[in-house]
Write a protein that binds this ligand. Structure first.
Ligand code: ADP
Ligand code: MG
Length: 493
C-alpha cells in the first residue's frame, strides 16, 4: 500500500525512481591500467588515457565487463550480448577528454528487478537498465578561496549506473531499495558499497501526483550519499512540490542538490536533455559483443543471493522470516551465522534444524545487540564464530543453562576468551547431579510447607515459584530439566 501525504487540498502520492552509480570493484580503471583504489595522493593514479593525452586509446578492462554482467544476473536482468560505448559530450575542468564514455542506446544490461521489504510487505522495483561508464575527476573548491584544484584519480574509474523504474512510493521504499541494492552488490562483490567513500551514490527522481493520476513532473536530486539523506531529501522534496502545486504553481523539471546541513534541496540547474550531450558511438571503441557461453560461465561464479538465502533459512532451518531477514542483510553476518551453525552441528552431532533457531536468536538478538551497542561490526566482533559455537555447544550439551550462558557471553564480549575457560574459572558448570538437586529441593519444600500444601490442593501455578527457589539456591546452575522432573515427582508424592 502506498503511503499518502496529506496536503492542504487532499492527499498526494510521491513517485520515486533512482539512478545509482556504483563503482566497480576492480584493480584498474575501465579503459586504462591505472589503479582505481580509494584514498591515494591526488593525481597519483592517472594514466595518459585518464588525463586525455592526445593520441591515447582506451582499452577495455574485461574484469569490469564481468562484474557488470554478474550484477545484471544478480538483478535477474537480461544481459545484452551486444552493447555500445558512446561519448557523452560536456565541458568541465575535471573532465579532460571533454566527454564521458558511457553506454546510451545499447546498455550491457536490460530489464531486471529488486525485491524490497517494507513493514513486512514485499514489493518489486523494476530495473530499467544497467550501463557501464567512466567516472570524472574531482574538483576541490574548498582549499583556497580563489582556486579550484583538480584531482584526476577518479577519472576513468568504472561505474555501473543502475536505473530503476519509477516504482517506489515512499521514502521508506526508496531507502529499502538502496539498502537492498547495496546488499546484493556486496554479496556478489561487484561493488564494495561504501557510501562514505563515494563507491555508491544515488541520483533520486521525485514527483508527486494525486492517486490514480498520470505521473507528475519530476525533479532529480543529485549525488545523495547515505540512506538517511536520501529519505530526508525525498520527504523535503515531496512537500516542496506539493506546496507549489497547491499554491497554483507548476513544477519545473530541474536538477537539484540536497543540502545535508539544512535538510533541504535547492535548485542547481534546469534539466538537461539527452540531445544537449550530443551522444554518438565512441569511434575509438568497437561495439562490445559477448558470447552466451561466456555469460553462462560468469553466471556460475555467483554466490547464493540474499533472497535465496533467506528463503532457505526459513524453509530448511525453520527460522522465522524476521530472523532470516536480519541474518542475511549483510553477507558477513550470514557467513558468521552459517559458520557457527556448521561448527555446532559438527561438534554436537545435532541436526542443523534442531539447533538453528537457538543460534539465530543468539546471533540476531544477543550478539547483534551487543555489537550495536559497542558500535562494532561483525567483522570485528570480540566473539569469534568458533567461540560462539563453543558457547552454543555448552548449552546444547546441558553443561550450562541459558541463563548462565548469558553471563558467560558477557565475559566473552569483554575478554574475547573461550567460553570453557570462563565457565571453569568462574565455577559456572551446571549442576546435573540428581542427589545434589534432590537435597536442595527438599530444603526448599521444607522451608515452604504452606505453599506445598496450597500446591497440592490445586494451586498449580506455584510450580514456577518452587523452580525459582531451587535456581536461586544454586545461583542458576541447577540443570532446569532435572529440577523440573525431580520437583514434579516430589510434589506429587
Ligand atoms: P534521465 O536519463 O534524463 O535522467 P530517465 O528517463 O532515464 O531520465 O529517468 C531517470 C530516472 O527518473 C529513472 O530512475 C526513472 O525511474 C525516474 N523517473 C522518470 N519519470 C519519473 C517521474 N515522473 N517521477 C519520478 N521519477 C521518475
Ligand atoms: Mg538522470
Amino acid at each position: 500500500m502506498a503511503k499518502l501525504i496529506e496536503g492542504a487540498t487532499g492527499r498526494w502520492e510521491v513517485v520515486i525512481g533512482m539512478e545509482v552509480h556504483a563503482q566497480v570493484s576492480s584493480n584498474a580503471k575501465l579503459f586504462s591500467g591505472a589503479s582505481a583504489t580509494y584514498g591515494a595522493e591526488p593525481n597519483s593514479q592517472v594514466s595518459f588515457v585518464d588525463a586525455a593525452m592526445p593520441g591515447m586509446l582506451p582499452v577495455i578492462n574485461e574484469e569490469c565487463i564481468r562484474q557488470a554482467v554478474r550484477t545484471g544476473l544478480a538483478l535477474g536482468a537480461e544481459i545484452n550480448l551486444y552493447s555500445v560505448f558512446d561519448r557523452k559530450n560536456y565541458f568541465y575542468a575535471d573532465l579532460p577528454q571533454g566527454y564521458q564514455i558511457s553506454q546510451f542506446k545499447h546498455p550491457i544490461v536490460g530489464h531486471g528487478r529488486v525485491t524490497i521489504e517494507v513493514e513486512g510487505e514485499s514489493r518489486e522495483v523494476g530495473i530499467t537498465r544497467l550501463h557501464l561508464e567512466q567516472d570524472a575527476g574531482k574538483s576541490l573548491h574548498d582549499q583556497h578561496p580563489s582556486l579550484t584544484y583538480v584531482d584526476l584519480n577518479r577519472s576513468g574509474v568504472a561505474l555501473m549506473e543502475i536505473v530503476s523504474e519509477p516504482d517506489m512510493r515512499s521514502s521508506e521504499e526508496a531507502g529499502a531499495y538502496l539498502k537492498k541494492l547495496r546488499t546484493i552488490l556486496r554479496y556478489i562483490g561487484s561493488c564494495d558499497g561504501n557510501m562514505e567513500e563515494g563507491s555508491m551514490r544515488a541520483d533520486v527522481n521525485v514527483s508527486v501526483r494525486r492517486p490514480g493520476e498520470p505521473l507528475g513532473t519530476r525533479c532529480e536530486i543529485k549525488n545523495v550519499n547515505s540512506v538517511r539523506f536520501l529519505q530526508q531529501a525525498i520527504e523535503y522534496e515531496a512537500r516542496r512540490q506539493i506546496d507549489i502545486i497547491e499554491d497554483g504553481g507548476k513544477i519545473d523539471q530541474e536538477t537539484r542538490l540536497f543540502d545535508a546541513a539544512k535538510g533541504e534541496t535547492r535548485s542547481m540547474r534546469s534539466k538537461e536533455e539527452a540531445h544537449d550531450y550530443r551522444y554518438f558511438p565512441d569511434p575509438d571503441l568497437l561495439p562490445l559483443k559477448l558470447a552466451q557461453a561466456w555469460v553462462d560461465e560468469v553466471a556460475k561464479t555467483l554466490p547464493e543471493l540474499p533472497d535465496a538465502k533467506r528463503d532457505r533459512f526459513v524453509a530448511d532451518l525453520g527460522l522465522t522470516p524476521y530472523n532470516a531477514s536480519v541474518l542475511v542483510a549483510e553477507k558477513e553476518s550470514a557467513a558468521y551465522f552459517e559458520a557457527v551453525l556448521a561448527e555446532l552441528t559438527a561438534v554436537s552431532g545435532k541436526p542443523a534444524r534442531e539447533v538453528a533457531t537457538q543460534v539465530a536468536n543468539w546471533v540476531a538478538g544477543d550478539l547483534f545487540g551487543a555489537l550495536n551497542k559497542a558500535g562494532k561490526s561483525i567483522e570485528n566482533s570480540p566473539v569469534s564464530a568458533h567461540n560462539f559455537a563453543q558457547l552454543q555447544k555448552l548449552m546444547v550439551d546441558g553443561q550450562i543453562s541459558g541463563r548462565i550462558a548469558k553471563e558467560v557471553f558477557e565475559h566473552m564480549l569483554a575478554t574475547g576468551d573461550e567460553p570453557a575457560k570462563i565457565v571453569a574459572e568462574k565455577g559456572l558448570v551446571q549442576v546435573s547431579d540428581s542427589a545434589a538437586i534432590a537435597a536442595i529441593i527438599d530444603e526448599v519444600l521444607a522451608e515452604n510447607a504452606d505453599k506445598v500444601a496450597e500446591y497440592r490442593s490445586g494451586k498449580d501455578k506455584l510450580f514456577g515459584f518452587f523452580v525459582g527457589q531451587v535456581m536461586k539456591k544454586t545461583q542458576g546452575k541447577a540443570n532446569p530439566q532435572l529440577v523440573n522432573e525431580a520437583l514434579k515427582a516430589k510434589l506429587a508424592g
